[in-house]
Design a protein around this ligand. Structure first.
Ligand code: CP
Length: 339
């Protein structure tokens, strides 16, 4: 076993080999991803050859607009060959198992799988079974984790607030079903954010969320007081079993982000939302499109974050002893293997 037994995302040298969850990842790896992403944001040329000759397979077993598209853009900017498997037209519909699908795509010389799946743990399961030279990236699994979303959210916060050490951050809404919230909390904690607040009705809070280091609020007006960052979450009706809320209108009344509630946060507070948004349910349009919203910059930064993750994975030593790390020149631009 050449992967690190205490964290199978890492190889024995402590380098990232798969990106499955932000839980347990050391701070230096998160900073490495954020710094590498920053170097890509600054790149003037449209394409860099870091992943030339690599085959990236996007396997999205759940719908996606932002994640799938930005992974594709990111891979193409790194000069990779990108294959988007159309799951609804694939042999998965003829009962082919997940592992058989992955084995067959591996036989086509896949280098990376980007996986979104409704089952928590599906990317981990794939990572345990693929050949050692193949990398797996979790693009969102069930309620469990959405690590690249958590990372692009951290990039966005760092871009606007510079430093995590003095921040008060509120995460609001359907935490119970949110893989995004879990990844955000792990990342904020690792990066040194001193105060994380979670604001939700009791029915939409996971058990033991305080043990992750978050302070619980049920009253949104109290929870938003003097925060620097407001991270809204989507109400995930498709994952709800039974009636957890009286109605969407009732939820909006108490937990929807409106201009008057946002006025309780610091005047320069920023508003994030991972998308897709339910306008008039968890966020008012005047806030979503308002001057404190950084929702569209989040999407743009997602490209650089996904470029960073894929280039770092491709540069890890794996079993073949290849050189590690994306190196940057004095101007912060990536130095390619060809240069
Ligand atoms: N934030 C996010 O995961 O959006 P998509 O479902 O559109 O990928």
């Amino acid at each position: 076993m050449w992967l690190n037994p205490s964290n199978p995302q890492l190889n024995r040298e402590g380098e990232l080999h798969h990106l499955l969850s932000l839980e347990g990842l050391p701070a230096e790896i998160l900073w490495q991803i954020l710094d590498t992403a920053k170097s890509f944001v600054g790149v003037k040329v449209k394409k860099v050859p870091l992943l030339r000759g690599k085959a990236i397979f996007n396997l999205f077993f759940e719908p996606s607009t932002r994640t799938r598209t930005t992974f594709e853009i990111a891979a193409k900017r790194l000069s990779a060959d990108v294959i988007n498997l159309n799951i609804s037209a694939s042999s998965s519909t003829k009962c082919e198992s997940l592992l058989d699908t992955v084995d067959n795509l591996s036989a086509m010389h896949a280098d990376m799988f980007v996986v979104r799946h409704s089952e928590s743990g599906a990317p981990h399961f794939i990572a345990r079974h693929v050949a050692p030279e193949i990398h797996v990236i979790n693009a969102g699994d069930g309620r469990h984790a959405h690590p690249t979303q958590g990372l692009l959210d951290m990039y966005t916060i760092r871009h606007y607030k510079k430093d995590f050490s003095g921040l008060r951050v509120a995460i609001v809404g359907d935490l119970l079903h949110s893989r995004v919230a879990r990844s955000q909390i792990h990342a904020l904690t690792t990066l040194g954010c001193p105060e994380i607040r979670v604001i939700a009705p009791k029915t939409l809070l996971p058990a033991h969320v305080e043990q992750l280091g978050a302070h619980v609020y049920h009253d949104m007006r109290q929870g938003l007081k003097d925060v620097d960052v407001v991270m809204m979450l989507r109400l995930q009706s498709e994952r709800m079993q039974g009636a957890l809320l009286p109605s969407a209108q009732e939820f909006y009344k108490y937990y929807g982000l409106t201009e008057d509630k946002l006025a309780l946060a610091k005047p320069d507070a920023i508003v994030l939302h991972p998308g897709p948004m339910n306008r008039g349910v968890e966020i008012d349009s005047s806030v979503a499109d308002g001057k404190q919203s950084v929702i569209l910059p989040q999407v743009t930064f997602g490209i650089a974050i996904r470029m960073a993750v894929m280039s770092i994975l491709a540069g890890s030593r794996g079993v073949s002893g290849r050189e590690s790390r994306v190196k940057t020149d004095n101007h912060g631009s990536p130095v390619t293997r060809d240069s």
